[in-house]
Design a protein around this ligand. Structure first.
Ligand code: CAA
Length: 379
């Protein structure tokens, strides 16, 4: 077993770290405050090749492995978790889905600009009555000649307001349950396709989350991904990869919390010495560091298994479950170490807690991850 990163992986991590420092650090707080989408940063991430990292170069991607991708999402999220999720959704849910299951035409038309960062993607699975119970799709896609006519509502769509292309999961034959669900690429500007108002969120406030409405939207047959009826498995396999992205985001938030806690503990004095000299603080820092390493190793393990071509469903679920819990715990501990200063906006740790919480909810709640892990153990 080799725990050393390759030269390329180290270089990608360094590039992401530098980018986050130069381009995100000074503006993350104000964008969070103003709920402002990071248009410039996303454009630059595209130019760096970070919006389609594992997509082959022939389709506009960077042709890298999932380990490099995970390291990059971690570094970006360490400074700005909103930017981290924008990047993760475009990479793991949208580009990966089209690259793995799309036709050559779909790759040329949609994947290339998405992977190059010239267009942005979103993934629409959840509905008002289909969150964890994802098979309960109410959005209908009815075949009409060379088109499908889509009607329904999607919820909680990250990037939904700014996306050019949205992967939409819809029922084509409700009687067949999970085997009667299909996947489509819906393009911005298609008649009858509209985005609702931006949700006002606890955290990741500079990324947009919206509901989407489809009213008699005519989607060409050529925009269906895979066979009719294959959409649920497509969504689940795509989410397996998405969960590595969210685990990486969570590790980044946890690491940021530790960084802030260490810095503050060395500076802040109490009882005539830096609080870092107190064992009460040292034990907290030691636990945080240990759990972050464990979360990172689980996440990188899932990335390695994915890159090996083996099924990684369980590994991704374990990584997301543990990393998201670690992010929340580390952010809380960082606040505790900062005392009252942790509870106000002046230090970033309160943002870390607000950003961390969503990692236990989106792309499958922690309860869903436990179901996925248990089913895999028991099957
Ligand atoms: N890979 C391949 N196939 C899979 C699979 C996977 N990971 N998971 C399920 N399947 C297959 C099953 O094998 C089964 O196939 P057969 O019928 O041929 O045997 C079929 O799909 C149905 O699976 P289940 O019977 O397990 O389905 P279920 O109804 O019990 O649901 C679930 C399983 C795990 C609970 C699933 O519904 C789930 O993951 N729910 C959570 C959904 C989720 O993560 N939503 C987040 C949306 S994205 C988001 O958060 C917004 C954003 O923008 C970021």
């Amino acid at each position: 077993m080799n725990f050393e990163l390759s030269e390329t992986q180290r270089m990608i991590r360094e590039t992401a770290r530098q980018f986050a420092h130069d381009e995100l650090a000074s503006t993350a707080e104000s964008r969070d405050e103003k709920e402002e989408f990071p248009h410039d940063a996303v454009k630059k991430l595209g130019e760096l090749g970070f919006m389609g990292m594992v997509v082959p170069e022939q389709y506009g991607g960077a042709g890298l492995d999932t380990v490099s991708y995970s390291l990059a999402v971690e570094e970006i999220s360490r400074v700005d978790a909103s930017c981290g999720v924008i990047m993760s959704v475009n990479n793991s849910l949208v580009c990966y889905g089209i690259n793995e299951y799309g036709t050559e035409d779909q790759k040329q038309k949609f994947l290339k600009p998405l992977a190059m960062g010239k267009k942005l993607g979103a993934f629409a699975l959840s509905e008002p009555e289909a969150g964890s119970d994802a098979t309960n799709q109410r959005t209908m896609a009815v075949r009409d000649g060379d088109f499908y006519v889509l009607n329904g509502i999607k919820n909680w769509t990250t990037n939904g307001l700014n996306a050019d292309y949205v992967l939409v999961i819809a029922a084509t034959d409700p009687a067949k349950g999970s085997h009667g669900i299909s996947a489509f690429i819906v393009e911005k500007g298609m008649a009858g396709f509209t985005a609702g108002k931006k949700e006002r969120k606890l955290g990741i406030r500079s990324s947009d989350t919206v509901s989407l409405a489809f009213q008699d939207v005519r989607v060409p047959l050529g925009n269906r991904i895979g066979e009719e009826g294959s959409g649920f498995k497509f969504a689940m396999k795509t989410l397996d990869g998405g969960r590595i992205g969210i685990a990486s985001q969570a590790v980044g938030i946890a690491q940021a919390s530790l960084d802030a806690a260490v810095k503050y503990a060395k500076e802040r004095k109490a009882f005539d010495e830096p609080i870092a000299h107190l064992q009460a603080i040292q034990f907290k820092l030691a636990d945080m560091a240990t759990e972050i390493d464990a979360a990172r190793l689980l996440t990188l393990q899932a990335a390695v298994v994915k890159d090996s071509g083996k099924r990684f469903t369980q590994h991704a679920a374990m990584a997301k479950l543990f990393a998201s819990k670690t992010a929340v715990k580390c952010a809380l501990e960082a606040i505790q170490i900062h005392g009252g200063y942790g509870y106000i906006r002046e230090y970033n740790v309160e943002r870390y807690l607000r950003d961390a919480k969503i990692t236990e909810i989106y792309e499958g709640t922690s309860e869903i991850q436990r179901i996925v892990i248990a089913r895999s153990l028991l099957q």
